[in-house]
Design a protein. Structure first.
Length: 370
């Protein structure tokens, strides 16, 4: 990386992860100049299709820390909450089994004191659940959780970035990507080759295709189908929830409806033509109405089909594409639903790229409130 001179970076991918990373770099250092190549993000990418649930609890410890740190920044910044259209609701996560959760609650409590607690699963009956009388474990309940519009946050970040002289947004796809002998990377942007000091592929479900098309292995990434439906409901709705025991997740919507979905288990799908599997949508509705006797589902408002990128280590983070002499990275491959970790993960990735090598606290935007 150049010592004290200007650093040219290209972030490929206009989803939430790529947009946040480009914006972080543009606002963090005056010596960096960022080209963000958005591609045709009007397609139903994971950012546009995401249900937007945000909470601190995750089973994987590192993912949990990133999720909790993201909640700290979101709750601490009025600007970010407005940009993301944040809606605060309680969250209930019912794991499948009786594994220990005390460490997870302690991790969350360090960053969000008092937000998360363990509730015996049998007590969920008081919240409208049924069929949990014989459940031996606990549920994780979070007071400071909610949901956002990832698409709105992405668009707000792009709009803010475009007014900054250090960040340029380019629509359309990127062309050929080639490492240079000096460690930099050459990309074709807007139809002409440009040389960069660092290039990051934040291309989500298309990452494998981008790597293959440029002659790199894509074995680290998998693409899974993401599907859910939004229903009209009666006056009663459950809180935002994940029920691993029956394999259903859901959250209330701003217009009084309910989003419901199930993990699809459908891998290696084409992100340009994601499948729609009617029986998955129907079974989610059937299981949810059995679990919540007070729930009255009406008609389907919309059905969503998309795809997201997964990696064996379920962390949204930088991964080198080639050896360390070439500064070509990916920034994708969480466990799906990376909106929960995108704020903290993009901050960490920006710190890594800038190369400070020092612990850095999250820097919130806008006015900080309690």
């Amino acid at each position: 990386m150049p010592g004290n001179g200007q650093v040219r970076a290209c972030i490929v991918g206009g989803g939430l992860a790529g947009s946040l990373l480009a914006w972080r770099l543009a606002t963090a250092s005056r010596s960096w100049r960022i080209d963000l190549v958005t591609g045709h993000h009007s397609r139903a990418d994971a950012t546009a299709a995401s249900g937007g649930a945000v909470r601190a609890f995750e089973a994987h410890p590192e993912q949990r820390r990133l999720a909790a740190m993201s909640m700290v920044e979101l709750l601490g910044s009025r600007t970010l909450r407005l940009w993301a259209d944040f809606r605060r609701v309680e969250s209930v996560y019912l794991p499948d089994g009786a594994g220990p959760l005390d460490d997870a609650i302690a991790d969350i409590d360090q960053l969000l004191p008092g937000s998360a607690s363990l509730v015996p699963a049998v007590e969920l009956a008081k919240l409208g659940w049924t069929g949990v009388d014989d459940h031996p474990g606990f549920a994780v309940m979070e007071r400071r959780a909610g949901y956002v519009s990832p698409d709105r946050l992405r668009n707000s970040v792009l709009a803010d970035g475009e007014v900054r002289s250090r960040m340029s947004v380019h629509t359309g796809p990127v062309g050929r990507i080639e490492p240079r002998p000096d460690g930099g990377v050459r990309c074709v942007v807007d139809g002409r080759p440009r040389d960069y000091d660092v290039v990051v592929l934040a291309t989500g479900a298309w990452t494998g295709a981008v790597l293959r098309n440029n002659g790199y292995p894509d074995t680290d990434f998998r693409v899974q189908s993401i599907q859910y439906s939004v229903y009209r409901t009666g006056s009663w709705r459950p809180p935002m929830f994940v029920d691993e025991r029956i394999g259903v997740f859901g959250r209330p919507t701003t217009d009084g409806g309910l989003l419901l979905g199930r993990p699809t288990g459908l891998w290696s799908v084409d992100p340009d033509v994601p499948p729609t599997t009617p029986h998955l949508h129907d079974s989610a509705a059937t299981l949810a109405t059995a679990r919540f006797p007070r729930l009255r589902l009406g008609g389907v408002v919309r059905r969503v089909s998309s795809a997201d990128c997964y990696a064996d280590a379920p962390i949204l983070g930088l991964r080198p594409v080639t050896d360390q002499q070439h500064r070509l990275f990916t920034f994708t491959g969480g466990s799906g639903g990376s909106v929960k970790t995108a704020l903290a993960a993009s901050h960490r990735a920006a710190v890594q790229l800038i190369g400070s090598g020092q612990p850095t606290e999250l820097v919130t935007v806008g006015r900080r409130i309690g």
